[in-house]
Design a protein around this ligand. Sequence first.
Ligand SMILES: [Cu+2]
Length: 191
Amino acid sequence: MTSRMLRALAVSVLCGLALLLGAGQAFAHTRLESSDPADGTSLAAPPQRVSLTFNEPMQAGFTALTVVGPDQAQYQTGDVTANGGTVSIGVRPLGPAGRYEIGYRVVSEDGHPVSGSVAFTLTTPGPGGAAVATPSPPGGAPTAPSPTTAAAESAPNPPDEGGGMPVWPWIVGAVVLVGGGVFAAMRLAKG
Ligand SMILES: [Cu+2]
C-alpha cells in the first residue's frame, strides 16, 4: 500500500466516523453555499466571470473550476482567484444557447476532495462558439446514371420521395449488380 492510498483510507475512515458521530459532512467538508450565476438561472447575456461561495475560506491553488457548454466545449479562462470563501474564474465569450455547467473540485480542510456542479442556461447564443465548419450538403445533386447494360435500362425510375437520401441510386446499383451477375453466369454457362 502506498502512503497515498493509506492517506486516502485514513481520510475515508475519518469522514465515515464524522458521519457516524452525527457531525455530518458539513463539519468536515467544504460546502457550496451559493453561486453567481445562481444554480438554475436563465441568462440572456453571458457572464464574464462565474464565482462560487463556500462555507469556509478557499485557496485558489486547491480549487479547480470549469465551465462546460452545451457543445461540450470548455469556456473557463484564466486562473482561479480566491477571496475569502469565494472562488471565481473568467469566462470567455459563450457559444450556443443552452445549459452551461460550472463544475468545481475543491479540497476540504481534512484533505478530502469535494466536487460538484451548478448550471445556468444561456437563452441567447453568444459569439464564442468554436468555429464549426458548416457541413456541406450530402452528395449535392446526384448525377444521372448512364446505364450501359440491358439490365439497368429496364430499371424503374421511382419518383423522388421528397426528403432524405434518394433511394433510386441504390436500386439501380443493385439491379446492375444482379444483372451483371446473371449476364456473367449466362456467359459462363454458354462457354
Ligand atoms: Cu472528508
